[in-house]
Design a protein around this ligand. Structure first.
Ligand code: NAD
Length: 485
C-alpha cells in the first residue's frame, strides 16, 4: 500500500522522526494537485540536527571500530533500499513528475552508491613517508566531522545517496537538506537508512527552506564540510557563507553542455543520445545535452532528424512511463517558455515545440528543438533546465571547440565521430569535467563527475570522490637512537 496520498512525512533528527509546527504541501507536477505534506524544518530543527551530528562525530562511534563495521552498515543500507524501491519509486514519480522507471532507477542507483562506497570504506590507507632513521612518518585519512549536504529536486534520491554514501564510508556524521519541491522520496530513502541500524546521529534529514535552514547549515561553525548540488546563484551564496569558517566545499552546479557532431558520426547512435541527452527527465539534468554543435555539411539533415524525434515523443504523467513528462513546477515551465520566446525573438526557429503543452493541466513543456542558433544568443549560453535543444552549425574543428568551450560552464561535453584520433583530440580540447564519445551519459557511478568554471569544483562518484570526505593528517615521530637512551 502506498502512503503517498495525504500522508504527512517528518524530519529525521538524532535517531527519531520529528514533526514541526509548519508543513509544506507537495504537489504532483502532472496535474498540480497536492499529494502529501512534509514537516517544514525550522532553524531550531537545523541546529538540533547539527548538534546530534556533532555529538555522533565526536563520540568516535563511527570510527572506533574496524572499518569493516562501516562496510556492513553500508551494505545493509543498500539491501534496505532495494527492499523499498517499489514504494519509493511510486512516491518519487508522483512528487517529481518523472517516469516511474526512472524513479525506480534512482533507488537502484542509490543502492549501488552504498554498495560501491562500502567497498572503499576499509581501504582508506595512508602512506609511510621515509625521513631517515631518526623518524617514523605516516599519514592518516580522518573524517571531516559533520558533513552538510544540500540536495536539488531533479534527482533527489540518487544525488542524496551520491554524497551520503562516501561521507558515511569515511566515518562522517551527516546532515542532509532535501529540496522543497521533491522531498518525499528522500524520506523513504531515510527510512531504509534507519532500518540499517547506524549509530544515533550518524545521518539526519531536514526538509527546510533553503533561505533559512539551508543558509543556517552552510554558515555554522559546526559544519566541517559542505556538499552542494544546485544552481550557480545558490552555490555562490553557500560559498560566501562557507568563507566565514573556511569550510571545505564540493560544488556541483549547472551546465550548458555541448555535443559536437561530425559528418562521419553514426546517426542512429546520435539520435539515441539526443533522446536521452536532452529529453530524459524533461531536460532537468545538470549534464543535459543542451547544445548540439553540428558540422554544416549535415546540419539541415540533423536538424530535420532531431525535430522529427522530438515530435514523435509520447507525452504523459510519469506513472504511464511515456517518453516525455512534465517539468517540476509552474515556475519552471514559465521560465522555460520565456527562454524559448526570447530565443525566437533573437532569431532562432522552433523546428519542434517551443511552447507549453496546451491541452494538459500539468506543467508540460513541448519537447523543443531550436535551429539557427548562434553562439552569442542567450539560449546558447544560459542553462534552461528543460527539454530544449539549441542546434548550432560549425565549419572547422577549431570553430567547434571554440563554440563548445564558449560558455562560463564546463560540466560535460560530447563528440560524435567514427574517427578515434579526432575523438581523442576533442576529448583533450573540450573544457569539461567529463567527455562522452559516441554516447551521451556514458560512464556511471564508478566514474568521477564534476565540473570546471561555473559548473563548480570537486568530484563526486568514483574512488576519487571519497577523498573529499576525509582530511589527511601527517604524523611525524622522532625516534630516539640507542646511544641517546
Ligand atoms: P537551487 O540552487 O535552487 O536549490 C538547491 C538546494 O539549495 C535546495 O535544497 C534549496 O533549498 C537549497 N538552497 C536554496 N537557497 C539556499 C541558501 N541560501 N543556502 C543554502 N541552501 C539553499 O537548485 P534547484 O533548482 O533545486 O536545482 C536545479 C539546479 O541544480 C540547476 O542549476 C542544475 O544544473 C543544478 N544541478 C547540478 C547537478 C550537478 O551534479 N552538477 C545535479 C543536479 C542539479
Amino acid at each position: 500500500m502506498t502512503r503517498t496520498i495525504g500522508h504527512h512525512w517528518l524530519n529525521y533528527i538524532d535517531g527519531a522522526w520529528v514533526d514541526s509546527p509548519n508543513r509544506l504541501d507537495v504537489a504532483n507536477p502532472a496535474n498540480g494537485e497536492p499529494i502529501a505534506s512534509v514537516a517544514l524544518a525550522t532553524i531550531d530543527d537545523a541546529q538540533r540536527a547539527l548538534d546530534a551530528a556533532t555529538r555522533c562525530a565526536a563520540s568516535g562511534e563511527l570510527t572506533r571500530q574496524r572499518p569493516a563495521e562501516r562496510v556492513r552498515w553500508l551494505l545493509r543500507i543498500a539491501d534496505e533500499i532495494r527492499a523499498i524501491t517499489e514504494e519509493g519509486a511510486r512516491i518519487l514519480c508522483l512528487e517529481n513528475g518523472k517516469r516511474l522507471s526512472d524513479a525506480r532507477d534512482e533507488f537502484v542507483e542509490a543502492a549501488r552508491y552504498f554498495e560501491y562506497y562500502a567497498g572503499l570504506a576499509d581501504k582508506l590507507e595512508g602512506i609511510s613517508v621515509p625521513l631517515g632513521d631518526d623518524y617514523v612518518d605516516f599519514t592518516r585519512y580522518e573524517p571531516m566531522g559533520v558533513s552538510v549536504q544540500i540536495v536539488p529536486w531533479n534527482f533527489p534520491v540518487s544525488i542524496c545517496a551520491r554524497s551520503l554514501a562516501p561521507a558515511l564510508a569515511a566515518g562522517n556524521a551527516v546532515v542532509v537538506k532535501s529540496p522543497e519541491l521533491s522531498p518525499l522520496g528522500m524520506c523513504v530513502l531515510f527510512e531504509a537508512i534507519e532500518r540499517a541500524g547506524l549509530p544515533r546521529g550518524a545521518a539526519q534529514l531536514l526538509c527546510g527552506l533553503g533561505r533559512d535552514v539551508g543558509a543556517h547549515l552552510a554558515a555554522s561553525d559546526q559544519t566541517r564540510q559542505i556538499v552542494f548540488t544546485g544552481s550557480v546563484a545558490t552555490g555562490r551564496a553557500i560559498l560566501a557563507a562557507a568563507a566565514q569558517w573556511a569550510t571545505p566545499s564540493v560544488m556541483e552546479l549547472g551546465g550548458k553542455s555541448a555535443a559536437v557532431v561530425f559528418p562521419d558520426s553514426d546517426r542512429e547512435q546520435l539520435l539515441a543520445s539526443v533522446k536521452s541527452g536532452i529529453f530524459f527527465n524533461a531536460g532537468q539534468v545538470c549534464s543535459a545535452m543542451s547544445r548540439l554543435i553540428v558540422h554544416r555539411d549535415i546540419y539541415d539533415e540533423v536538424v530535420a532528424d532531431v525535430a522529427k524525434l522530438a515530435g514523435s515523443l509520447t507525452i504523459g504523467p510519469g506513472e504511464q512511463d511515456p517518453d516525455h513528462t512534465p517539468v517540476i513546477s509552474v515556475n519552471q515551465l514559465e521560465r522555460v517558455v520565456a527562454m524559448c520566446q526570447q530565443a525566437i525573438a533573437e532569431g532562432a526557429q522552433a523546428v519542434a515545440g517551443g511552447e507549453r503543452v496546451s491541452h494538459r493541466a500539468g506543467f508540460y513543456m513541448q519537447p523543443t528543438v531550436l535551429a539557427g542558433v548562434h553562439p552569442g544568443m542567450s539560449i546558447a549560453c544560459d542553462e534552461v533546465f528543460g527539454p530544449v535543444l539549441a542546434v548550432i552549425p560549425f565549419d572547422t574543428e577549431d570553430e567547434a571547440v571554440a563554440i563548445a568551450n564558449g560558455t562560463s560552464y564546463g560540466l560535460v561535453a560530447g563528440v560524435f565521430t567514427r574517427d578515434i584520433n579526432r575523438a581523442l583530440r576533442f576529448s583533450r580540447r573540450l573544457r569539461a569535467g567529463q567527455v562522452f564519445v559516441n554516447e551521451w551519459y556514458a560512464g556511471g557511478i564508478e566514474t568521477p563527475f564534476g565540473g570546471v568554471g561555473l559548473s563548480g569544483f570537486g568530484r563526486e562518484k568514483g574512488q576519487e570522490a571519497i577523498y573529499s570526505y576525509v582530511q589527511t593528517k601527517n604524523i611525524a615521530i622522532r625516534v630516539a637512537q640507542g646511544s641517546e637512551v
